[in-house]
Structure formats: C-alpha cells, structure tokens
Design a protein around this ligand. Sequence first.
Ligand SMILES: *Cc1c(COP(=O)(O)O)cnc(C)c1O
Length: 352
Amino acid sequence: MVNNISVEKAATSKIHNVDFDNLSFGNTFTDHMLVCDYENGAWNSPKIVPYGPIALEPSSKIFHYGQSIFEGMKAYKDEADGVWLFRPLENWKRLNKSAKRLAIPELPESHFMDGLTSLLRLEKDWIPKNPGSSLYVRPFMFASGTGFHASPADKYKFIIALAPSGAYFSGKVKVKIEETYSRAANGGVGYAKAGGNYAGQFYPTQLAVEEGYHQVIWTDDNNHEFIEEAGAMNVFVRINDTLITAPTNDRILDGITRKSILDIAQAEGIPAEVRKISVKEVVEAAKNGSLQEMFGAGTAAVVSPIAAFGYKGVDYELPEIQNSYASQLKKRITDIQYNRAEDSFGWRFKVS
Ligand SMILES: *Cc1c(COP(=O)(O)O)cnc(C)c1O
C-alpha cells in the first residue's frame, strides 16, 4: 500500500460539457490525473491533481533522447455501475519491462495499482456506459531530468491520464504488407511500449495511406519474409480453421489481448498455433481460398478485422464470413471485460 495519496480537487468539473453519446477515441480528458515523481533515487508517493499542462525545462531529456514509455488499458462499467479493469497487473509488469529496456527506474506495484484505483474511484462518473464505450486509461513515464549529456536522466515522471472513449470503430481495414521499412529490429526496443517506436511507424504508414491503405502489416527486419504486427496491434491469421499468430520476440509487443485470445481459443477448442507466418504462405492461402480471416488484436479495438491486404502491388480480398473467429473472440473478451459473463480465467479486477 502507498500511504497518503494526496488529492487536490479540480475547482470545477468539465463533465457536464461532455457529450457521452458522441465520444471519439482518446480526445476528451477527465478532471484529474495521477502524478508520481522519481527523484533522489526513489519514486515519491503518487498525487492526484487537476488534469492540465505540466511544466518541463527545455533541457529535459525526454525532448532529446526520447526516454518515454506508456501503457494502454481500459476501465469498464457494468449494468450495476460496478467498475472493472482487465488484467491490470499485466500492464504494470509490461510497463516495467519497457522501463528497464529504456533505462528508466521501475515503478513499485503499489504505486501503480493504488494510484490507478484511487484515480478511478475519484473519476468513476466519467466511465461511459454506452455499448462499446469505456474509459481509456493511459499510464506513461518519461525523463523529466535535465541535461544535454546523452545519458539516462536522474528524474522521471509517471502520470496516468483518463479519456472517456466511444467504441473504437475501424471499419473495413485494408492493409499493406511492408517490404521496405521496419517497425523494430533484432536487439532493439520493439517489445517495449516506447514512444519512439510509434514515431518511426508514422512515415511508412503515411506512405501506405497515400497508396490507398489504412495500415501497415509489419514484417521482420531481415528479409521482410514473415508477418509480425498489424499497425500497433498484434496480428492473427486464420487459414482453414486454424488461427495463427507470430511468436513474441524482441521485435514484437507482447499484447495482453493477443495472449487472452490464445487462452480463449484453447478453452473454446479453436485450433491455434503460435508460429512464424510467412508472407508467401498468406499470399498462397489467399490465392487458393484457404485464407479465411486476418485481424489485428489490441486493447483499443479488441479485434480489428482486415478486409484486404496489398503485397507487391497486388490486392487480395478476404472473404466475408459469418460467425468469424474475430467476432466470436471479441464477444468472449468483451463479455468478460464488461462483467456480462463468467470469468473462468480470473482476468477481471474489481475497482469498486
Ligand atoms: C499496445 C500494442 C499491442 C497490443 O497490446 P495490448 O496489450 O493487447 O493492448 C500490440 N502491438 C503493439 C506494437 C502495441 O503497441
């Protein structure tokens, strides 16, 4: 337990200005945020303060050397106004995995969990109840310490900000299998949720958008031979009745949605394989009709079905299928998240 999380209340609430029936994703912020400072070799007690700008010196190392990591999770409200999280300790563990790789000091479990649950209890009126809506939770950490020397900072900030968000609607996604750029490299930081990974994705994604695609399917950095991730999501392919996803490695983010899908598939008797998926195999499966589905998996969209993919200038359409694995799996996961079904895995975490 962290003692005494101090609370400085916002003078007025913005909640009455918010149209909860028309929320986009991640653009509206609640009244308060959690802030925790690392200095003199230790994380201080977290504080809850009004959401608003923070002051940083121009020499703060975040601006120069990019020591910056984040997490993405959601808080859900059930029919009886109960507030739930989904596998929050997995986010805490992954935050620290990312921290370690970026030479950022790890955060104690109690700072994360007590800070998060205190903030959510204070802000629970902000958790939308409309179908598919949730409160998007963004924990992040960065170097606030100063100096132009290229070395780790001596001060860091951990912040949790909250954004009530509507259902993440991706529509029919058309993706491009990337042959030139890489998201991550062997020995790099691809497995960390490091801000710079996303900065590096934007330009190749813009090029794909100019060619008429929505997203990029990232391939391995050696020969662009194997598919690894779908944009900022893990990728699944269904060939005949088998679901396949790439094994995690140092280029792939170990997604909580991905591993939950694998566990659900096992429990439901859906054949699933964790193995390398070559581009060649996917193209051949598309040509011979055995490619049934492709989808991205991640917290924001849960699953995001792919309607078509482009490779070497040729587009391949995926069939429209009834009762897809994507829709079955999405339903199973969201029923657990929103406390609509029994949770035999013990994934749900009660906040209040
Ligand atoms: C966050 C993220 C995922 C999905 O992780 P979840 O824990 O399922 O939200 C997958 N790939 C990348 C690159 C990510 O940043």
